[in-house]
Design a protein around this ligand. Structure first.
Ligand code: GLP
Length: 644
């Protein structure tokens, strides 16, 4: 569709005032959509390389404004590759980073200085004297001066030729939280609660996340000659829409890019999904009214008018911009309504593994074979329960052979105090036993306590501690599984190596990870697989474990079990499916929803959002109710996967 013209466009070309096509007319800043973060990042890196080379040929420096976070990581990887393999030199490059946490020493693992060294600076020939980041360690009374100096240095370097940006969930660029004015300059800022929540995993707990930061101001950023804001994954789609299509507002500092002469949003398919041209394409041009498009439009219309599907009339279609749908089929609203109502109705089933002996021609899952071997993939231990705890319980109750595979240990989410408590219990038991048999346990527990003491507040856990934290989560996961009626041996823990050796925002999938998934699939030979992460931010464990699964699945194209295996996608921590996207809706009674909450509570490391999972289940149920279907307490939603 409208991706065609964009995919060949240069990212850095001068946009001037945006030249939008009819389809893009809701977008107030140029937005380029690429299929995935890798190809988008590679295209941007190639253009940045060309810019650096052409300026170098003219004897000029290139001044780059850089960003941190997971978003630019693939871009930095590509720059490093260009340096190593294609001779791109950074000798004539000067860099200024957007921001830095206040109060973190520069060698702290989560400081942006350290991040930039790890992700870029240490791997290219940048002159250390030409690297600039705000300094989070300057004393409070020197911060103001430090910020003025930072601005001064940017000016002396000739201003920013290009500023790279990510976007936070509050719509911030740099750390310009809601309320940051268009003319704000480099300064100290208090971090928003949402921002701190989002950083909690990096810092192993919200309590450890700094409360403030030094950031370039919106005004500083807007003075750059070019701006490129990147965003990946479904969790960014709502804020991208607000920034691109919403009003310019200091509540969403990224919206100020609309006022810049040369700003571009560079996004992947998932992050662009809420833009009008993708979400409601019939509002911006002709569309092909195939079955999914019809379903999407009718569900949209019913929700917009707050009417059940069966009560929509011709005028509703015409007056809301969906008249073409009726024209294209020559059907009256009544017939279209019934068709869509039935489709939605047929997604509902209390038999997520298929109903044995029943006619399954209109059911989401086939009745044979029964029982099925059902494989449930949980990226981090709590995901399966957050996303499909109720369905898990049903599958077990209906006699299927369920195997929950916990793909990563999740140990980065476990607080130090949990490991310390465990070690202390062992020490106290040893002491009260007065027996030499406890010697090795005592030594183990002591080394845990010492390792945690030694690493200080934000240090990296040695393997010993990560292992213990993983084991603590294992216990919790088994406990949660038993709430869903699973037995001890229904759980398997893969501890995928990419996670064990990585940190948040910097994970990298390896071949061993894929091999582990191949092993699971080959040995279990499932009839159905439940997976999640296909739309997640590509840097997250959810996205990476999904890629491991998808790659493993593809490599088993010839395996005979695949001919009779169906893949279902669920959503745990990501944006829930919308009603039109749902292929299977599993209803939940109030008691089942209670059990699900109970299973999630078994994890000490859960946060508010995880505990909110039942709210999402209730929202989906309320949507089905509003569309005119039965009223349930909650619904867990699934979509057929692209595989099989
Ligand atoms: C932090 C950074 C921003 C970044 C944002 C999003 O708030 N200060 O510069 O854009 O996080 O991070 P991520 O790219 O990991 O989603």
């Amino acid at each position: 569709m409208s991706q065609q013209p964009s995919s060949s466009a240069s990212i850095l070309e001068a946009t001037g005032q945006k030249h939008l096509t009819q389809e893009e007319r809701f977008e107030k800043v140029r937005t380029l959509v690429r299929p995935d973060s890798e190809s988008a990042s590679a295209a941007l890196a190639a253009e940045v390389a060309a810019l650096v080379r052409s300026r170098e040929a003219e004897g000029r420096d290139t001044v780059l404004g850089l960003a941190t976070g997971s978003t630019p990581v693939p871009f930095y990887r590509e720059l490093i590759r260009l340096h190593r393999e294609e001779g791109l030199s950074f000798r004539r490059v000067v860099t200024f980073n957007l921001d830095e946490y206040y109060g973190l020493p520069r060698d702290h693992p989560e400081s942006y200085f350290r991040f930039m060294r790890d992700q870029l600076f240490d791997h290219v020939d940048l002159d250390p004297d030409r690297i600039h980041l705000p300094d989070g360690t300057v004393p409070m009374d020197a911060v103001y001066r430090h910020c003025l100096d930072y601005e001064q240095r940017i000016a002396e370097a000739g201003g920013l030729d290009l500023q790279i940006l990510g976007i936070g969930r509050t719509g911030h660029i740099g750390f310009n939280e809601p309320g940051s004015a268009a003319d704000s300059r480099t300064r100290m800022i208090t971090l928003d609660r949402v921002t701190r929540q989002d950083a909690a995993a990096d810092f192993m707990g919200m309590a450890n996340v700094p409360r403030s930061a030094i950031t370039m101001g919106v005004g500083t950023i807007l003075e750059a000659k070019r701006l490129v804001l990147m965003a990946w994954g479904a969790n960014k789609s709502a804020i991208v829409r607000e920034a691109v299509e919403g009003a310019v507002s200091d509540q969403v500092s990224a919206s100020f890019l609309q006022t810049h002469e040369n700003a571009t949003f560079l996004v992947d398919g998932e992050a662009s999904a809420d833009l009008t041209r993708f979400r409601f394409p019939w509002l911006v041009g002709p569309v092909e009214w195939d079955a999914p498009m019809k379903k999407r439009a009718v569900v949209w219309l019913a929700r917009k008018l707050d009417k059940p599907v069966l009560k929509l009339v011709d005028e509703d279609y015409n007056e809301s911009g969906a008249g073409e749908l009726l024209a294209s089929t020559s059907e009256a609203a009544y017939e279209v309504n019934i068709d869509i109502f039935n489709q939605v109705q047929h997604t509902i089933t209390g038999w997520p593994g298929g109903k044995p002996g029943a006619d399954d021609s209109r059911r989401p899952e086939r009745s044979q074979p029964h029982p099925k071997r059902v494989l449930v993939l949980s990226p981090e231990p709590a995901d399966a329960f957050v996303g499909m705890g109720g369905t898990l319980a049903r599958l077990r109750e209906q006699g299927h052979e369920v195997k929950v595979v916990f793909q990563t240990s999740g140990n980065l989410r476990v607080a130090d105090i949990a490991a310390l408590n465990f070690a202390r219990v062992v020490l106290e038991m040893a002491e009260s036993s007065h027996s030499p048999e406890w010697e090795s346990q005592t030594a183990y527990a002591r080394s845990i306590v010492e390792a945690i003491d030694a690493k200080g507040e934000f240090g990296i856990d040695p393997e010993l501690v990560r292992r213990l934290k993983g084991l603590i989560l294992r216990g919790e996961a088994r406990d949660a599984a038993s709430v869903c009626h699973l037995r001890y041996h229904d759980s398997e823990f893969l501890d995928l190596p990419f996670y064990e050796s990585g940190r948040f925002r910097r994970f990298r999938l390896g071949e061993e990870d894929v091999r582990a998934l191949v092993g699971v699939l080959e040995s279990f030979r499932p009839h159905s697989v439940f997976a999640t992460g296909e739309a997640s931010d590509p840097s997250t464990p959810q996205a990476i474990t999904y890629r491991a699964f998808a790659t493993a699945w593809d490599s088993l194209a010839e395996a005979d079990f695949r001919a009779d295996c169906r893949v279902w996608l669920y959503r745990g921590r990501d944006r829930p499916f919308e009603a039109h996207e749902i292929d299977m809706a599993v209803p939940m009674s109030p008691d089942q929803l209670e059990d699900k909450v109970e299973s999630i509570r078994r994890f000490m490391s859960i946060n508010e959002a995880d505990l909110n999972a039942p709210t999402r289940n209730r929202e989906i149920a309320a949507t089905y109710d509003a569309l005119g279907l039965a009223e349930y307490e909650g619904i867990e939603a699934f979509r057929r996967g692209p595989q099989g």
